[in-house]
Design a protein around this ligand. Structure first.
Ligand SMILES: [Cu+2]
Length: 586
């Protein structure tokens, strides 16, 4: 089958960011280009349980591969400054918006629970105009790796550099390091990407159906704002890597050749036990009446010991470097079969399906670990070893007392839907993108907090326990994000029969035991065999995620009530309409 590039009449235009005033970066006497000025970011509050700081959103110049790029930043640095606090601390950030005209902004504290008025979205506040300031104040109730970014023009501004980690430490971390369970060395790795044209970040706010459908992936892959940085790791010591994918679209299948990454925690803090991700899972097959009719193996589309991070996902992992002093170890981006689409002609008809290279694009080395002299420790950790259990604790399961609300099944589930209608006018093929939740596009940015509620909003009350099914009816993976509450994933259900109409490589057929799953009127079920809290989860194509969430007022101040967004975190999908809200009554 021949695949043709889309016809040029489809207006595949990149609308480049308007060139503004040029601010050439500085140069040293030797002619070397020097980087930007980075603002001081320090705790100005003497109370040890309060972190308070000033933060300015403004333009900056990042030197990437020796070339200056005009970007947006928090305080001049890419990524922005890390906020690191203890569980239960109060965070106060005085944000000044010094972005260029056309960039009103908000700060969304991704994953933070219980402070609706501080959620930083267009349904909780009027965006901060250029030149204005706003003070955010909230409690960090749960340990974990979180982050912050704007929630208005979020795709463009995040692509342009507005992202930074927010890490909430578990009270037992120090003890776990002393016990030798966690490594003493700890590094935060912020993974992001960008594409530029003539020194400026390209526009991702483009009217191009295929680009919206696939999302924009930047050509330059950065770790902590650098191309392939070298990070030192001690021989014999483990290193704890706190990972954040702040890319607007790019999925990372992280691989360290010759090593297995061991996951110890992530979005909801530390896990009971260390674990390897990836490989395959055993699943049960049910017919449409719900009767068990068999078992099969389902590939997770990445190898054991790799970590997959969709946009906005985070992980806390341990790497135990092998090798002698002076040797280097690669951290690699590998492609993940996420259902990136392509188009081609079949006879007279334009058709769409998985891109031919979906999941098979060549990998890229994104960082280098250099083995240096260690501290003399002989650090060891294996999958299955206790983490929280080593201090007599466990993640536990959500308290199910209270009213249970059932958001599962055909009538009550939330459905992620995507369509790309194509039609021919004369000799020209035209197309449009419709990314929706429950069939409706919703754009909360347009009118701010007075925006009428989303047509597909769900309603519940503080204290309710929701069992919630989010059904991805599309043929690409979407990272689902719920604001304000962390949930516990329970089960994935693949709707096998839904694949009939989609043209794809049957990537799972090779590893499924039994017949390929296309055309089968069955569902395939697999459950999580460990407890965890998350706020962003990749939902594979034609699959439902079932999770349980308690709408707890964690800070006891009524802050759980309000309008909370829920959306796909591929920014262009959310902004095209794959966004809705959960409205929580007091
Ligand atoms: Cu999406």
């Amino acid at each position: 089958m021949t695949r043709h590039p889309p016809p040029s009449s489809l207006a595949l235009m990149l609308l480049l960011a308007c060139p503004g005033k040029e601010e050439p970066p500085g140069t040293t006497d030797s002619g070397e280009i020097t980087g930007p000025t980075i603002d001081v970011f320090e705790d100005i509050n003497p109370d040890p349980n309060i972190f308070e700081a000033n933060l300015t959103a403004r333009e900056t110049t990042l030197i990437l591969g020796g070339e200056p790029i005009k970007m947006l930043s928090y305080g001049g640095g890419i990524p922005g400054p890390e906020i690191r606090v203890a569980q239960g601390d109060k965070v106060i950030i005085h944000l000044k918006n010094e972005l260029p005209e056309g960039f009103p902004t908000t700060l969304h504290w991704h994953g933070i629970e219980g402070s609706n008025a501080m959620d930083g979205t267009p349904v909780t506040q009027t965006p901060i105009a250029v030149g204005d300031s706003f003070t955010y104040e909230f409690i960090a109730p749960r340990p974990g790796v979180f982050w912050y970014h704007p929630h208005i023009r979020g795709g463009q501004t995040t692509f342009s550099g507005l992202y930074a980690p927010l890490i909430v430490e578990d009270p037992d971390e120090g003890k776990l390091v002393e016990m030798g369970i966690l490594p003493a060395d700890r590094q935060t790795l912020v993974l992001s990407d960008v594409s530029t044209y003539e020194g400026e970040v390209i526009s991702v706010e483009i009217d191009n159906a295929m680009e919206i459908m696939n999302g924009t992936e930047g050509e330059l892959l950065m770790v902590n704002g650098q191309l392939n940085p070298t990070l030192e790791v001690g021989q014999g010591d483990g290193v704890r890597l706190q990972l954040l994918n702040s890319s607007i679209t790019r999925f990372y299948r992280l691989k360290v050749p010759g090593h297995k990454l061991i996951r110890i925690g992530g979005e909801g803090g530390l896990l009971d036990k260390a674990r390897h991700e990836g490989g395959s899972v055993r699943a049960t097959i049910k017919n449409l009446d719900g009767d068990l009719i068999g078992e099969r193996t389902v590939s997770l589309r990445h190898d054991k010991g790799e970590i997959v991070l969709g946009p906005a996902e985070r992980a806390d992992v341990v790497l135990i470097p092998k090798g002698d002093i002076g040797e280097t170890i690669q951290l690699r981006w590998e492609d993940y079969a996420r259902g990136r689409h392509g188009m081609w002609m079949e006879g007279e008809e334009m058709v769409m399906g998985d891109a031919e290279d979906d999941g098979t694009r060549p990998g890229i080395q994104i960082a280098t670990f250099e083995v240096v002299a260690g501290t003399g420790s002989d650090y060891r950790l294996s999958a299955g070893d206790p983490i929280l259990e080593a201090v007599g604790r466990s993640v536990g399961q959500i308290d199910t007392s209270g009213t249970t609300v059932d958001f599962t099944g055909e009538a009550q589930s939330t459905k992620l839907q995507g369509a790309m209608p194509m039609w021919k006018e004369g000799d020209t093929w035209l197309m449009d993108t419709e990314m929706t939740i429950d069939g409706v596009e919703w754009h909360p940015e347009k009118t701010g907090p007075t925006q009428p509620e989303a047509p597909s909003a769900k309603h519940a009350s503080v204290g309710d326990v929701l069992v919630w099914e989010v059904h991805n009816t599309t043929s690409m993976a979407h990272p689902w994000h719920l604001h304000g509450f962390s949930y516990q994933p329970l089960e994935f259900i693949r709707h096998d029969g839904e694949h009939e109409e989609h043209k794809r490589k049957d990537v799972d057929a090779a590893v499924d035991t039994g017949s390929p799953w296309i055309d089968e009127e069955t569902t395939t079920h697999w459950t999580l065999d460990y407890d965890e809290f998350e706020d962003t989860t990749l939902i594979p194509p034609h699959t439902s995620l079932i999770y349980r969430v308690k709408l707890e007022d964690v800070n006891g101040d009524g802050g759980a009530a309000g309008r909370w967004l829920k959306h796909c975190h591929i920014f262009q999908h959310g902004e095209d309409g794959m966004m809705s809200e959960l409205i929580v009554s007091p």
